[in-house]
Design a protein around this ligand. Structure first.
Ligand code: GDP
Ligand code: CA
Length: 318
């Protein structure tokens, strides 16, 4: 007899925040039931290879081989390649370990041979023993560009990893995603899902690009499954990363409620942190059924309990 619970779970994901949650979700439900649709807005070529930062973080985390301290890269990886490149005068602000480099090199070789990004993501997750499906939001180039007060337009990884996420954000350009085609399997996964979850990812540069891909918002609105989002903001601040600077730059309140406002037209449920419980009524007034629980995922058990709350709320929305 199949275990209870939804047969098909679809999660929209960025990188580290998403991966933390997903490691709890695969403890709350069988991993084979999970399909993850991952942001590729952060993709960029580094050192001559195609890096998909969020796809790799999700893959490595579900494979149990992520570097837990950093939340990205492979546990115990070495950095001979970028050290040698640095010695030859190359910029090395984007940290990429040696085995990580090999995976990205594989991606580039396969792209050159005519394979698609989605097919390659599938090869990598299978090679690492991940039984959940990992889909790319799109196989087309979708660079997320951050616009700064001094007029500069920089790729998101340049903004974050090279420049240290400065404050002076005036806009985020998702126009590449807005003209991209959905990745293989994406619309079908949403259409046949029993539950859809927005991971506690950066709403502007992780979930934002996925929602921007033509057809995605409509597929989510038309989906038979309930859509439950999780707040990445706790007590008016992100747990980690530049979500506060990006939200502020776009004139959006840095709060659970501010993020709920971004999702109200596509989601029907919302899980916020217990520290923000006083915003529950306001979020429900936006049309989202809301629950407040512990969402600071200090341990896999907390992540699992958060995943159980999400599945429970989804059941109540059916
Ligand atoms: P990135 O692509 O690596 O930046 O990762 P994501 O976009 O998936 O996640 C970044 C977001 O995750 C940030 O806005 C964080 O606030 C959020 N986040 C990280 N850890 C936690 C956590 O334990 N709980 C909650 N609620 N949010 C978290
Ligand atoms: Ca990312």
């Amino acid at each position: 007899m199949a275990p209870e619970g939804p047969a098909r779970i679809v999660a929209l994901a960025g990188g580290v925040g998403a991966a933390r949650f997903l490691s709890g979700l695969v403890r709350a439900a069988p991993p084979e039931r999970l399909t993850v649709i991952v942001n590729t807005g952060d993709d960029r070529e580094f050192y001559g290879v195609h890096v998909s930062p969020d796809v790799d973080i999700v893959t490595y985390t579900l494979a149990g081989c992520v570097d837990r301290t950093r939340g990205y890269g492979l546990e115990g990886d070495t950095s001979h390649v970028i050290e040698a490149l640095g010695a030859l005068g190359h910029e090395t602000w984007f940290r990429l370990g040696d085995r990580d480099f090999a995976h990205c090199h594989h991606r580039s070789l396969r792209l050159a041979a005519g394979a698609g990004l989605g097919e390659i993501a599938d090869e990598l997750r299978r090679a690492l023993g991940v039984t959940s499906r990992i889909l790319v939001m799109s196989e087309d180039p979708c660079p997320t560009i951050v616009e700064l007060a001094d007029g500069r337009r920089v790729h998101f990884e340049e903004y974050l990893a090279r420049d240290g996420a400065p404050d002076e954000v005036t806009g985020v350009d998702l126009s590449a995603a807005a003209t991209a085609r959905p990745g293989p399997g994406v619309l079908d996964a949403i259409g046949t899902a029993d539950v859809i979850v927005f991971c506690p990812s950066n709403p502007i540069v992780s979930i934002g690009p996925i929602l921007e891909v033509p057809g995605l918002r409509k597929a989510l609105r038309d989906a038979a499954a309930p859509v439950v989002a999780i707040s990445p903001i706790i007590g008016g601040a992100p747990v980690k990363g530049p979500a506060d600077r990006l939200l502020r730059g776009l004139g959006i309140e840095v709060s659970a409620r501010g993020v709920a406002g971004l999702y109200r037209d596509v989601a029907s449920g919302y899980v916020l942190d217990r520290r923000d419980a006083e915003q529950t009524a306001e979020i429900e007034a936006l049309g989202l059924k809301a629950r407040s629980v512990e969402t600071l995922m200090r341990t896999p058990e907390i992540a699992r309990s958060l995943a159980e709350t999400v599945l429970d709320l989804a059941r109540a929305l059916e």
